[in-house]
Design a protein around this ligand. Structure first.
Ligand code: ADP
Length: 454
């Protein structure tokens, strides 16, 4: 197909791994466009040029200066998603000059409102300036949701966008972008041509009061336009056979090599070095969603070591630090964002915890399985779509004793039934978590969008 006939997709997001990442949103935007490009789409990404982004590392080049937006102007920069030909545009403006992507770990986003509304407006003006008229603008979370409304209001009669449709992907309904009576998440849901979220189970859950975060009624009005597409992971970036961030590479065929990563991590973190003891990992944002408060002092009775990596709300950080202080031979709490350490933990863990209160998709359980870790997860959202008794352990009720009991059961099997344990590990490693399948699902949605009459 010539470039002319390719579907043109602009993916707009606040995070793009590895250029700027806070959590799963970045991972999705860093990987999905690469899989789309393989399906012969002209997929491009646009993001803010945050102060923390390494200009040299990503060879970011200035391509346009002084594009006017309201009373101000921006500069436009260009790079590619590493190891791909996918263009990434970066918008430079004072709004984004700070070091942090989001100013707070809290969900409402009120401090970042102006910055992301500006980002949304700037995106539309930018693509006009570079004359890239997309068939679909793929919006991600509330940060870019305003575009759906702008195209139906201020830009409605703008001929440049006469063919442009919007897909709004909800990565996490908990972060809504609320200020006074305005709710950007709701605006995206109401105005986008189609909507999807990041797993089939979460797509159903959010229609209920329990999981709808106050938006269930609005979502119900768009039920027939709402889809669930499971996220993939970047299977090149997360690959124990080639991972440069871990010390000892291994694969399903040589799984016995995994254990060297465990003793190496124990050494690095000052835990007793012991090949046999089960190492239990957790890598996450420490926020209410993630269920870290289910891990109590009682867990010190379990025969295993715990390694926690994450940042977030202070109360959770403090609680985990306290455990590590009280039981230094058993708990290690690393309060930081550290990609390398995350990979080391995936490689070292025998068991990996995801006890979320709700979980739109969840990537860490998939990454853990790719590294031969056995996930222990709460049965919700994407966790329910990716973990079953062939690959791991699940619990239903959000309660510390349920979690404790299931982890205890997992440990019993780990210590007493080696064959069963190996099978769980190998089944997990055999899963196809690549983006290939899900990218085809997105392609179907894009094609559906193109057919919608305006
Ligand atoms: P969420 O998007 O809610 O944060 P996901 O499970 O979808 O959760 O994605 C989390 C991603 O962020 C994973 O790639 C995980 O390894 C990474 N991550 C989370 N916290 C940290 C941290 N402190 N250091 C390094 N990586 C982290």
């Amino acid at each position: 197909m010539s470039t002319k006939n390719k579907l043109k997709i602009l993916i707009a997001a606040a995070e793009v791994t590895p250029i700027a990442k806070v959590g799963g949103l970045g991972d999705v935007i860093g990987a999905l466009p690469k899989a789309l490009a393989k399906l012969n789409l002209d997929a491009r990404v646009i993001m803010p040029f945050f102060g923390a982004i390494d200009k040299n590392k990503y060879k970011i080049k200035l391509i346009r200066q002084n594009i006017k937006i309201g009373g101000t102007s921006i500069n436009l920069w260009l790079t590619k998603i590493p190891d791909s030909a996918v263009p990434v545009y970066l918008i430079e403006h004072n709004f984004f000059a700070g070091k942090k992507i989001y100013s707070t770990a809290l969900a409402d986003g009120s401090k970042d409102m102006k910055k992301f509304v500006f980002f949304s407006q700037a995106i539309l003006e930018n693509i006009k300036a570079i004359n890239f008229a997309p068939d679909v603008i793929h919006l991600n979370d509330w940060h870019t949701a305003a575009i759906a409304r702008l195209l139906k209001t201020e830009y409605k009669t703008d001929l440049f966008f006469k063919q442009t449709k919007t897909l709004y992907t909800i990565h996490n309904l908990a972060n809504q972008g609320i200020i006074k009576t305005k709710n950007y998440m709701a605006e995206g849901i109401l105005n986008a041509d189609l909507i999807n979220t990041v797993s089939p189970t979460y797509a159903k859950e959010i229609l209920t009061k329990e999981y709808g975060a106050g938006l269930e009624k609005i979502l119900q009005t768009r039920k027939k336009d709402l889809y669930g597409i499971l996220n993939g992971i970047d299977t090149n970036f997360f690959n124990p056979a080639t991972d440069k961030l871990i010390k000892f590479d291994y694969s399903a065929e040589a799984l016995e090599k995994k254990v060297a990563n465990k003793t190496e991590l124990q050494r690095q973190l000052g835990l007793p070095q012991d090949k046999k003891i089960a190492l239990v990992g957790l890598v996450t944002r420490f926020v209410g969603q993630k269920g870290v408060e289910l891990i109590t002092e009682n867990f010190s009775k379990l025969n295993c070591q715990f390694v926690f990596l994450g940042t977030g709300e202070k109360k959770y950080e403090d609680a985990l630090l306290e455990l590590a202080k009280k039981f230094p031979r058993q708990f290690s709490a690393q309060i930081k964002f550290d990609e390398k350490l995350a990979h080391k933990i995936y490689a070292a863990s025998d068991i990996f915890l995801v006890p979320s209160r709700f979980e739109p998709c969840g990537l860490t359980q998939m990454i853990a399985m790719r590294y031969g870790g056995v996930p222990v997860v709460r049965l919700t959202g994407g966790l329910a779509d990716t973990v079953n008794s062939k690959v791991g352990f699940t619990f239903k009720k959000f309660a510390t004793n349920e979690f404790y009991n299931i982890l205890n059961r997992a440990l019993k099997i780990y210590y007493e039934k080696l064959k069963t344990w190996r099978l769980l590990q190998l089944n997990g490693m055999k899963q196809d978590f690549s983006w290939n399948k899900s990218a085809k699902e997105y392609l179907k949605l894009y094609k559906k969008l193109v057919k919608i009459k305006k």
